[in-house]
Design a binder for this molecule. Sequence first.
Ligand SMILES: [Zn+2]
Length: 123
Amino acid sequence: MAATTTRKEALERINKTFHDALERMIPEDENQRLPGDSFRDFELQAQAFKAALIPTLLEERARLTDSAEVKEAGCCPHCGSQQTRWATAPVQKEIRGPDGVMVLTRQQGRCRSCGRSFSPSGS
Ligand SMILES: [Zn+2]
């Protein structure tokens, strides 16, 4: 089992997402007009900021887990058989969470005994 990114790469992507989202809300250039006129506008900007940042944070955190990528499909969680194989190459799966859409890499194993599929890296 292994992470699919490094902490340095994850932090760089999170920092870039954070900086880009903040720049849209509060441009550093004093010559640019601050977007929005009302507190409601600011609330909507804060929601957009959150929607940009949280999925990236969750994607990178998931990639840092030791079980982000496994080498072998392993034991079938349905019947316990060791007769398993990879069903497909890892796929990018889009997940909609309360804070936005995230894309996670998902490995899928298949059991030769019971024929069912499973995700060896778990939840
Ligand atoms: Zn099975």
